[in-house]
Design a protein around this ligand. Sequence first.
Ligand SMILES: [Zn+2]
Length: 289
Amino acid sequence: VFTGQSLDRAELERKDEAWIGERQADPRSRAVVLSGDRVLIDPHDQHLARRPLPPTTSGDPPLLLGLEDGHAVFALDLPAHPDAADPEFVSLRDAGSIMPGPESGLAAYAMALAGWHRRHRFCSNCGWPSEVREGGVMRRCPNCGTDHFPRLDPVVIMLVEHDGRLLLGRRPNWPPRQYSALAGFVSPGESVEEAVIREVREESGITAFDPVFLASQPWPFPSSLMLGFHASSAGGEPRPQDEELDDVRWFSLEEIRAATAEDDPGRPLKLPPRVAIARHLIERWLRGG
Ligand SMILES: [Zn+2]
């Protein structure tokens, strides 16, 4: 989910501002439409809607996502939130559940880029209003000349295994019985492998070792990149170390396998939703991958 979109990002062409202007004026160009945390869908096939570009927009220009079948696709970030009851706008999380992977990947790309522009209108070096460049893959400050690029926040998320069991934790605000893989932001001056070991110790008191990277997922809520790992452990009694988790424990393979079937309130474990990489990592572990 949120991966696999195949747009040509037009990295070279987009350096030419005149070429971008031509794409904006081209009646064959299309836009995916965003508003707040929601995306416009085509109600017939539940794919992301592609709409003609409006002749003019206020504020920042539309963001050029790339080329699809040779024609430009932009992201159009609507300033006004649509009526909450409008079924053609769905949250990005819901889009991840209902759309094919590549369509949700395009939605995530559009939302990640538009979200960054919303939050970075001013130069972080001098405070001057900055301007969209290269169709939106950067902003430039006209006052001090600093270039700003979209930020990504790396997050490690890890299955910690000991003796055929997985270490899973739950946050206080989650639905009852729901547990997931431990996770946390990578800190400055730290490798992702070091972050895995530190986060496991901070959240559970358990010592993990030999982290191995498995898979990644864009997670634009608002700008994370999830980095999925498997790590080993010599076991021990896990305990929540701070307010972040209200429980952390080992689950057996049988408990986890049972939880992948239809959810049953009588079982001790409810797995995270399929939109999350944690679910993918857990199912992959069950398959022996
Ligand atoms: Zn500046």
